[in-house]
Design a binder for this molecule. Structure first.
Ligand code: GLU
Length: 296
């Protein structure tokens, strides 16, 4: 018996050694957020290099950006001013400033979650800046910039609900837009919940307010905006996914990806990222900008 135990211990030691041996390989797994290396230096606004995608945009006279118009604090059409505002809108303005030296040279195109990839592929927008999670599947279709915000998925429930996590919502109706990672993550996180898909986030909010769904589940920053529009809603529990946001760009426009990454690097180091963060998300507490990683 003792010999057997010794043998088991020895086997355990071998297994442990084997695990340690594979550990470095596991940590070197491809980083899904790795983007194309930024331009070493940014061209001056109004002087985009000949033959570049940025030059074509400069000559057109405006940058065309797909954004949401119903995400409060992120991409939101303010009914009082009739202007789009929010975190993603300020990132878009910084891109226009870098190309033209003028943040007003933008044409915004409202996009729903499921429209984002088709609009980029059809060349109808230069870029999409809309709480767009970087993932391997989407990278087959489009390029992403480096990560500019790190969100995570949570749930929003009625104030009188006892649910504290998605596991508590088996047999309950949970809403998320079609074409979002949120809808897929709901099914993965709780296959016993009933997924209700809509086009826009505000469609989910209407269903929620009519009590036709029990919860909305999506990124924490989007839920925070919905909760601010509904005193009977609250966000509960901790994040159960990581949602790194990137700017979506056509696979044919690597030069624009490198340019956008150089602008993001500058914004993260010169304090402008933090100003935008504090302005729109400051209530969530101070945060450092996420660091980009690159492939060549
Ligand atoms: N970040 C998630 C996604 O990219 C949800 C946000 C959205 O659909 O706009 O799918």
């Amino acid at each position: 018996m003792r010999a057997f135990n010794t043998m088991l211990k020895a086997l355990g030691a071998i297994a442990l050694t084997a695990m340690l041996a594979v550990a470095p390989a596991a940590s070197a797994a491809p980083d899904v957020t790795a983007s194309l290396r930024p331009l070493a230096s940014l061209p001056r606004p109004g002087a985009m290099p000949d033959g570049s995608t940025m030059r074509r945009i400069q000559e057109r006279g405006r940058l065309i950006v797909g954004v949401s118009q119903d995400k409060y604090g992120i991409g939101y059409l303010n009914p009082l001013t009739n202007e789009l505002e929010g975190f993603d809108i300020d990132i878009a303005k910084a891109m226009a400033r870098a190309i033209f030296g003028d943040e007003r040279r933008i044409q915004f195109v409202a996009v729903a979650s499921a429209d984002r990839i088709p609009l980029i592929q059809q060349g109808r927008v230069d870029m999409v800046i809309s709480t767009f999670t970087i993932n391997a599947q989407r990278k087959n279709d489009i390029h992403f910039s480096e990560v500019y915000y790190m969100a995570g998925q949570k749930i929003l429930v009625h104030r009188d609900s006892t649910a504290r996590s998605i596991a508590d919502l088996s047999g309950r109706r949970i809403c998320a837009p079609r074409g979002s990672t949120s809808a897929k993550n709901i099914v993965t996180a709780n296959p016993h919940a009933i997924l209700v898909e809509t086009t826009e986030f505000t469609d989910c909010l209407v269903l929620f307010q009519m009590r036709q769904v029990d919860a909305i589940s999506t990124d924490d920053v989007i839920l925070a905006g919905l909760a601010r529009q509904d005193p009977f809603a609250r966000v509960v529990g901790t994040s159960f996914t990581a949602e790194p946001y990137g700017i979506g760009i056509s696979r044919d426009q690597a030069d624009l990806v490198r340019f956008v990454n150089a602008v993001l690097v500058q914004m993260k180091s010169d304090g402008s990222w933090r100003r935008i963060y504090d302005r729109w998300f400051g209530a969530m507490g101070a945060q450092e900008p996420p660091r980009g990683t690159y492939v060549d």
